[in-house]
Design a protein around this ligand. Structure first.
Ligand code: PEP
Ligand code: MN
Length: 337
């Protein structure tokens, strides 16, 4: 159930609608917008007549929500969600580019990476300390030591940090070091992890699963929102199709589709989307043109020596060149970088 309060409805009116919804058996999630307060009710839709709520004082409209993602849906926050991290805003007019290596490998590698990320003019750095690898014999990440090195390098250059959390037991540790927690494609449907992240009050980026539909992605976000952690962003990182020319098929259409269906910021990861450094810039440009709120890009100071995802990691100078191109494209679609 969605209840939209009238412009200028009083706090007492809003509270009495909330009380009424709670009495009807709904859990109420409140979104206070510039003009309207929206009350998202999760609970027994059947047998509840929206008119009962619509006729209460201060209510503009009340209606059932047919989709299963009630809180991730655009109707809950029509103006869109903006995630604030200090002076960095994700989901606002600025397109936010996050870059860095696939994995944290050692102090020198991550320090050089941080230097290059800052030199490219970026504010957020990526780097995995816990790596979900297809083979158990591949480099699995440095764990907490990797997080420590990542934080240290980022702090030297005044950068924020995004890093992957692989299971719910790691949430407190990741939350201690990272500014944004990344849920990888393989964990998009790890519901215990998503529920744990719902209890957190820090931004979470959820990547689309390798064979997940957009609806399933939105439902995964819903798990986190249902826990009242509303700082969620989504990420298209390529899906598995019959095509083998690229590592995955970067679904650019997911960007406008998600932006229409949901209020959550939509990020694009062209690195995993293509798996090839030579195609990453083209897909990054396409993502910004398609309306992405941000990009997540792999960049390594020496990609040929990377312990993971070297072939899809940009060289530092390629990242800088791409940033120049994106700065030219963004204004055409009403954005800045
Ligand atoms: C990563 O970001 O390095 C990663 C493992 O991504 P994904 O979950 O999209 O494969
Ligand atoms: Mn990677």
């Amino acid at each position: 159930m969605i209840v939209v309060m009238q412009e200028g409805a009083s706090e007492a009116q809003t509270q009495s609608v909330i009380d009424r919804m709670v009495a009807m058996g709904f859990t109420v999630h409140r979104s206070t917008g510039v003009l309207h307060t929206v009350l998202g009710g999760v609970g027994p839709e059947e047998g509840v007549d929206p008119l009962e709520l619509e006729l209460l004082d201060g209510v503009k409209e009340a209606r059932h929500i047919a989709s299963a993602y009630k809180l991730a849906g655009r109707h809950f926050r029509p103006a869109g969600t903006v995630i604030k991290l200090g002076d960095v805003e994700i989901g606002g007019p600025k397109v936010v580019v996050m870059a860095g290596p696939c994995s944290v490998e050692n102090r020198d590698q991550i320090e050089r990476s941080a230097e290059e990320v800052a030199r490219a003019g970026l504010r957020i750095m990526r780097g995995g300390a816990y790596k979900p690898r297809s083979s158990p014999y591949s480099f699995q990440g440095l764990g907490e030591e990797g997080l420590r090195l990542l934080r240290e390098a980022a702090d030297h250059h005044g950068l924020l940090v995004i890093s992957e959390v692989m299971d719910q037991t790691q949430v407190p540790q990741l939350a201690a070091y990272a500014d944004i927690l990344q849920v990888g494609a393989r964990n998009m449907q790890n519901y215990n992890l998503l529920k744990e992240l719902g209890k957190l009050r820090k931004p979470v980026l959820v990547k689309r699963g390798i064979s997940a539909t957009i609806e399933e992605l939105l439902l995964s976000a819903e798990y986190i929102l249902a826990g009242e952690n509303y700082q969620v962003m989504l990420c298209e990182r390529g899906i598995r199709t019959f095509e083998s020319a690229t590592r995955n098929t970067m679904d650019i259409s997911a960007i406008p589709v998600v932006k229409k269906l949901s209020h959550l910021p939509m990020i694009a990861d062209p690195s995993h989307g293509t798996g090839r450094r030579d195609h990453v810039p083209a897909l990054a440009r396409a993502a910004v043109a398609a309306g992405a709120d941000g990009l997540l890009i792999e960049m390594h100071p020496e990609p040929e020596h990377a312990l993971s995802d070297g072939p899809q990691s940009l060289r530092p100078e390629q990242l800088r060149e791409l940033m120049d191109q994106l700065r030219a494209i963004a204004p055409v679609v009403g954005r800045v970088i």
